[in-house]
Design a protein around this ligand. Sequence first.
Ligand code: ADP
Length: 253
Amino acid sequence: MLTVGIDIGSTATKAVLFDGKVRGSAMVPTGWDPKEAGLSAYRQALDRSGLAQSAVRCIVGTGYGRVSLPIFDRRVTEITCHARGAFHLFPETRTVVDIGGQDSKVIALNDQGGVADFIMNDKCAAGTGRFLQVMAGVLDATLEELGAIAVGVDPVQISSMCTVFAESEIIGLLARGVPKGRIAAGIFQSIASRIQGLAGRVPLSDKVTFSGGVALNPEICRAIGSGLGVSLFLPQQPQLVGALGAALLGFQQ
Ligand code: ADP
């Protein structure tokens, strides 16, 4: 039985095909049309797998754009889907830290991979992928370059939590000649302390999976792991965890 999970996120839209194993996946920018992004990710995942649409038995939607597509048999919150996806990849995990384009969350899991508790920051860009993108813009670097220049350097303290104030603070640091690598490391530290603050508000285990696009940056993974005092489980494709969870929930059903 083939099921599809489609995660229409604020920044990227992901689709995963599952029939007991992952059969294909795709990711496209969400852009301004979440409905089209959802359909496009679905089509691309099917094309890549070589499977026919007629084989699909259930389509589960998640992510902020899940309301915009009429093709879903079921809609599930991204909290439930990230928990389910992470539990499938790492059955030992009991906590998920997810940092996406416009929100961050810490989810406590029960022994069945369900959600026991969660805390979410979707009110402010601090500690999200958006914060990182804005700061990369100020440093005139890509997200990958930002990771590379921060390796092994002493982070500068960035005291502003607010994205707008942090942007001005970084412009000031550049003007004073502080190396970009130290600033990049300071930005990662700032994201890590924001996550630490969130994590202190739910029951935390030492079996933590880090999901979402920001987990693609090894330096941020290191900063978050050391901030929480754990070694993180890192999915190979952290952006697909929510879509995988959605496909799994369809399969289970
Ligand atoms: P959403 O589901 O909200 O669209 P995703 O989990 O797909 O979010 O993650 C998107 C975010 O991932 C972007 O905002 C971007 O900041 C971040 N991202 C993508 N690639 C990288 C990278 N190489 N390093 C750090 N962050 C990245």
